[in-house]
Design a protein around this ligand. Sequence first.
Ligand SMILES: [Zn+2]
Length: 288
Amino acid sequence: MNLPDPAVHVSGVTEVADGVLVIPNEHVGLVPNIGIVGGTEAILVVDTGLGLTNAALVRDFAEEVARGRRIHLTTTHFHPEHAFGSSVFDSYLINRAQADDLRRKGSGYLRMFRGFGGAIAERLADVEIPVPDEVFDGVRALDLGGRTVLLRPTGRGHTLGDQVVEVPDAGVLFTGDLAETGQFAIFPWFPPHDTDVSGLAWIGVLDGLIAGEPRVVVPGHGSVGDVAVLQGVRDYLGELRDETWRRRDSAAGLDEIVAEVTAVLAERHPEWAGREWIEPGVGCLCAE
Ligand SMILES: [Zn+2]
């Protein structure tokens, strides 16, 4: 496999709301959108990029922004490009289910990602599984000074431990990989090692997030937008479910179902990247 170097570029940073910055992923695979939310006393970084060099770049940039304010880090879920740089921060807060994901599956994902070789393996050479400084149950209201952000676990969706980050005063929502734009939804369905993703639960999570009517939605990968970002993923997951279920009780084998559903959905979304994510999505929904 020869994947591009997942380098974070802080030069592309944009302000999506008052005091809310996004370092955009510029549509490079394995680079997440990274958030920085500022209060008067502290700032919160959301996700790290893949590996310690990317994360140190993000931390250094956050220090410039913070100008002496305290810096906290949280991550949206345990996947390597979102969380595997966390050790360069000294206040790392995550929800309990995500901490469990890191402990149970972190080393397996580290092995898998190192197996991609090239720049990805190099960026992970010195990484150990991140250990949070604070693990919380329920919703964690984090007071940044004049602004409280909500770290809200969603329950099972893209992973078991997903959480979103809400900035209520600005109407901003960071979704992690519960949402992507310009690509097919990422299904980390890797039986028998990891079958925690649930297409059905994910649809339910998105319905809940849509009902919250966020004004600015920052997806895990892709372009920042409004609630339409969530609706787009919700609609796609509905299509994937319907097209899969329509076929799964027929005489067709899984390979045939995958081929048919891939053809239908690729035709419906010709401009989207990541067609390889349709197959694990079908596998997941066949099991639900
Ligand atoms: Zn992910």
